[in-house]
Design a protein around this ligand. Structure first.
Ligand code: ADP
Ligand code: ASP
Ligand code: MG
Length: 813
């Protein structure tokens, strides 16, 4: 004896029902009872008809009509012409009855739970009759049985309680006498002592299968649905969810109780008491193995079996000084809830006994408030207990696993993973069985939380990084190319799954949660929506993805000005844009503090010396207890390139233009030539070394004639041509003494200065070629001989690689 249950999607249309028939043909050896749901979506539609009628909206007629047609079409598609007429008239007659009931609701303006169950029962009654007739026509003779005659309940309509003894007797005696091999029965429905139709609660067809299976001591119960088994998380929420091969009854119960819809929670108890194995199988890929629920589970590896969630939770908190040390408060609280049939999903009580907190379904809120305030009215009036506090828009996320109790540290990992991703936990509960740890969080965070926890406990192999990039110019373009090239390497070697989710430049922006195809980003961006930076930022927040990183590869103030907003969503920032770190000290400090508070990274190594480890070295020195006393540096790749290439043969202006064409300069080269860019850099280094420095504190001995700095960039080039003699003189003064010109930044004793210097051949700076940068650090530990960092300090390729390295650091920190 076996019981097979086919859910709503499995019987949603003719094509699917044919798949059900194929499965049954392979299974026909044993005596089989097939439980079916209503066609997918029909129960909701029937409910809608009733609600429309109850609200005085005559559109219910149209809805009933649509449902009738859907079922008539199904009959015509499934049955040979000769067998259709009796089933078609049955369907018509049933829906006439549905319409009659709706008419009654409409006229009386009254939609009781009893009538609700009456209407809903038609979904299963009709689907099961159609399927029975179809199977008979396909050489699968069968008997249709009305489950209302077999399953007896109390009169708690919409979620009736089964009277097990009576039910068991009915089922056993019916099947003992029946000689058929195959039975088709409607799921979900039952009847009370007076013969009224009742239902077992939404999703209750699974339960029907379990009740029958347990009564008959079935060898197996199979739940056929639209997923290949019970998964480690709801596959609609977590893309990487994996099939659970085997699961204990207890674990399955916890998971389904906490929202894993794949099996209706009450289903498991009757089967567990008889130790009947349950398979969850996929109607659409019947050869997939599925999930086995039973008592002896052998599973190696994972401590956590699955993660699930429930939405629409409200948290009720009863607080007050009068509760401390006085017994009986919780008893009264739970009595008040129970007397009003309010189901409690989660309970926590602080050990101070100052407050008790319970989680209930949101729709109980008004009833609960009323009941509890009434129950404690005396204490509330006295002031020893506060009126009930209610919070809504909450969800519960739960980790489930039998093995958790023998493993310390699971909740620590759970909460630190949530904390790292800015998910605030409102309440925590751990069952004494230690099979479940639940956290109450904002509903807005639920998808992120499920994915964070799934990654933490099931995807040890991969960590996802969700990247949002602003800027697709020189550096941005190179960064995207490098990311495209390294994606596979990172996945294989660092186990990082790095995806660009959002991309914007000043014209266009594009989002793709699956990750933008980095080989075609230009084309994708060109065909995308117009850029709007404020909405780009708000969408980063609303996506609320774990391990989010914002990379600023622009040089614009508008972007730098919103870092504080970006941090507030627990998003790390990597910037080659120097504007934020060289803005007034107060903003720089605020950003550093915000990053620390939000537990995210703020990395900007490329602000100084492209990807050379300059800022990183300062950080390492300070963290290990050293102190920076003095820095001497050549920090402008552009100026170094210019002075290395200028010897009076080509004009100074021409050499500057070459530097710009080769991508070494800032977008406005005057920032480099004026020395302002070097000032910003030495200030950032001084700040990182612990100095509270502003731009005004830095002396700039600029070598550029004031006249070059007026007007546009083209005016600047033209004026430099006119000033060629001046530049030649600068060069000759140094060259005639065998020296080179270098634009040097220095910092000592809290003071910084920048300016052109003559460098003699003995100096560290003399042999500095191309666009190289150099920094000499004099510290408590490097007293006479400085620590030296030297190398290419400008260029899109190296800057992009520095940004790339910072991005990786945000997740490996
Ligand atoms: P049926 O109509 O066959 O009873 P349901 O819609 O009730 O099917 O349940 C199957 C659905 O449950 C799946 O499509 C899936 O989206 C959802 N689900 C939620 N959590 C899980 C989980 N942990 N494992 C598998 N499916 C889940
Ligand atoms: N048709 C019912 C529902 O949608 C029962 C079920 O499908 O399990 O809730
Ligand atoms: Mg279901």
């Amino acid at each position: 004896m076996q019981v097979l249950k086919f859910g709503g999607t499995s019987v949603a249309n003719a094509e699917n029902i044919k798949k059900v028939k194929d499965i049954l043909q392979l299974k026909k050896e044993a005596k089989t009872i097939v439980v079916v749901s209503a066609l997918g979506g029909v129960t909701d539609e029937l409910l809608k008809c009733g609600s429309l009628a109850a609200n005085g909206n005559s559109n219910y007629k149209e809805n009933v009509q649509k449902l009738t047609e859907r079922h008539l079409t199904l009959v015509k598609e499934l049955l040979p012409l000769t067998n259709q007429s009796s089933v078609l008239s049955f369907v018509m007659q049933q829906f006439n009855e549905v319409e009659d009931i709706c008419n009654g609701i409409f006229l009386l303006n009254d939609f009781t739970d009893r009538t609700k169950d009456r209407i809903l029962s038609f979904g299963e009654l009709i689907s099961s009759q159609i399927i029975s007739a179809y199977l008979a026509s396909e050489k699968l003779p069968n008997k249709w049985v009305d489950t209302r005659k077999l399953i007896h309940t109390d009169s708690q309509f919409t979620r009736a309680t089964v009277q097990f003894e009576k039910t068991q007797q009915s089922i056993q005696s019916y099947f003992a006498e029946a000689n058929d091999e195959l039975f088709i029965v409607p799921g979900f429905i039952a009847s009370d002592d007076k013969g009224n139709t009742t239902t077992l609660g939404r999703g209750g067809s699974d339960y029907t299968a379990a009740i029958i299976g347990a009564a008959l001591n079935a060898t197996v119960v199979e739940i056929w649905t639209d997923v290949s088994g019970m998964m480690t998380a709801d596959p609609r929420m977590v893309n990487n969810a994996k099939r659970i091969k085997q699961i204990s009854y207890h674990e399955a119960m916890e998971l389904s109780h906490f929202g894993a819809k794949v099996i209706y929670p009450p289903t498991i108890q009757p089967l567990m008491s008889k130790n009947i194995p349950v398979w969850i199988k996929n109607t659409f890929t019947p050869h997939d193995e599925g999930t086995l629920l039973h008592s002896d589970v052998y599973r190696n590896g994972n401590i956590i079996t699955g993660i699930s969630s429930i939405n629409k939770i409200a948290l009720l908190s009863l607080e007050g000084s009068g509760m401390v040390g006085i017994p009986g408060f919780s008893k009264r609280l739970f009595e008040a809830l129970a007397n009003n049939s309010i189901n409690v999903i989660l309970i926590t009580q602080a050990s101070s006994e100052h407050s008790i907190c319970v989680g209930v379904d949101e729709h109980f809120v008004a009833k609960a408030k009323d009941a509890i305030d009434k129950a404690f009215s005396f204490e509330i009036e006295k002031g020893s207990v506060n009126p009930l506090i209610i919070e809504t828009d909450l969800s519960i996320v739960a980790l489930v696993g039998d093995k958790m109790k023998s493993h310390p540290g699971i909740s620590g990992r759970m909460f630190s993973a949530l904390g790292r991703n800015g998910v605030n936990v409102r309440a925590i509960a751990q069952g004494s069985s230690e099979r479940n740890i639940s956290a109450v969080i904002a509903t807005a965070d639920i998808k992120k939380a499920l994915n964070v926890l799934h990654e933490e406990f099931f995807e040890v192999s991969y960590k996802e990084v969700n990247l949002f990039i602003a800027g697709t110019g020189n550096v941005g373009g190179k960064l995207l190319a490098q990311l495209a090239q390294q994606q596979e390497y990172l996945q294989q070697n660092l186990r990082l799954q790095l995806r660009v989710i959002g991309l914007t430049n000043s014209r266009k922006m594009h989002f793709n949660e699956e990750g933008i195809d980095l080989k075609n980003w230009r084309e994708i961006l060109d065909n995308s929506e117009p850029a709007d930076f404020d909405s780009f930022v708000s969408r980063i927040h609303s996506k609320n993805l774990r391990n989010s990183v914002f990379a600023d590869v622009t040089a614009t103030e508008k972007v730098a000005n919103v870092y504080d907003k970006i941090f507030s969503g627990s998003i790390s920032i990597v910037a080659c844009n120097k504007i934020a770190c060289s803005s007034p000290y107060s903003y720089y400090k605020k950003l550093k503090d915000l990053a620390r508070d939000q537990n995210v990274s703020f990395l900007f190594e490329t602000n100084v010396g492209a990807s050379l480890p300059i800022i990183g070295s300062i950080n390492d020195l300070l963290r290990s207890g050293d102190r920076i006393n003095k820095m001497q540096a050549v920090l402008s790749g552009t100026l170094n390139f210019v002075f290395n290439n200028y010897n009076g043969e080509r004009s100074f202006a021409e050499v500057v233009r070459q530097a710009q064409n080769e991508g070494y300069t800032e977008p406005d080269p005057r920032l480099d030539l004026s020395g302002k860019d070097v000032m910003r850099k030495i200030m950032i280094l001084a700040r990182e070394a612990g100095e509270q420095m502003e731009m005004e504190d830095i002396t700039n001995n600029s070598f550029m004639p004031e006249s070059c700095m007026q007007g546009s960039v083209e005016d600047f080039y033209a004026e430099m041509e006119r000033q060629e003699d001046y530049f030649k003189k600068l060069y000759n003064e140094a060259a005639s003494q065998g020296k080179k010109l270098k634009f040097v930044a220095s910092y000592e004793n809290g003071k910084a200065a920048v300016g052109l210097q003559h460098i003699d051949p003995a100096h560290d700076f003399y042999h500095l070629y191309g666009k190289d940068n150099i920094v000499l650090f004099y510290t408590n530990r490097y007293v006479d001989q400085p620590m030296v960092v030297k190398g290419a300090g400008a260029g899109a390729e190296v800057t992009a690689s520095g940004v790339f390295a910072d991005i990786i650091r945000t997740v490996r920190a």
